[in-house]
Write a protein that binds this ligand. Structure first.
Ligand SMILES: Cc1cc2nc3c(=O)[nH]c(=O)nc-3n(C[C@H](O)[C@H](O)[C@H](O)COP(=O)(O)O)c2cc1C
Length: 159
């Protein structure tokens, strides 16, 4: 695909307004890992399944492939800085963020609109990404405006 076609594809994808999540897990060593993702989708209610797509170039991709559990933190409008931090390759993500350990020791971001603790259900190779399908084991929700992403910009989605 030419660079021009890639740009057009990105622009077309970017017309789809989404929420924003930070997906978290732990490496086998116990170190927390996470990245910002808007590819989140609910998949099934029974069994409860969700998915997220991870680029093979993401530094945390090997950790997510290997981890038995992970969490999806759906961000509030107040967590834009967190979204920016977790969209970087920084080693300081968890040093600069308030976080706790949830069920199965997965890192959780307090203040998120919702957190979903998941068990890895299936990995599906898909081009330059892997689709990580999770079975939801535990949820927690709160209230407030959501953080959104549209045409390359963060937006606030009123409650
Ligand atoms: C709003 C937004 C949504 C993103 N969604 C995804 C996504 O769904 N999948 C993905 O692999 N990267 C996504 N990214 C890019 C990653 O957050 C970025 O590559 C990050 O550096 C990965 O972290 P890591 O290299 O420490 O794993 C997104 C970035 C932003 C700003």
């Amino acid at each position: 695909m030419s660079e021009q076609d890639q740009r057009a594809l990105r622009d077309a994808f970017g017309r789809f307004a989404t929420g924003v999540t930070v997906v978290t897990t732990r490496e086998a060593s116990g170190a927390p890992r996470g990245f910002t993702a808007n590819s989140f989708s609910s998949v099934s209610l029974n069994p409860p399944l969700v998915l997220i797509c991870i680029g093979n170039n993401a530094h945390s991709a090997p950790a997510f492939r290997a981890a038995p559990h992970f969490a999806i933190n759906i961000l509030t409008a107040a967590q834009q800085q967190t979204a920016r931090l977790f969209a970087s390759h920084s080693d300081e993500k968890f040093a600069l963020t308030d976080w706790t350990s949830g069920a199965h020791d997965v890192p959780l971001l307090p203040g998120a609109l919702a957190t979903l603790v998941c068990a890895q259900h299936k990995l599906v190779e898909a081009g330059d990404h892997v689709i990580l399908i999770g079975e939801v084991l535990q949820t927690d929700i709160s209230d407030g405006p959501a953080l959104g992403y549209h045409r390359g910009k963060f937006i606030e989605i009123p409650r």
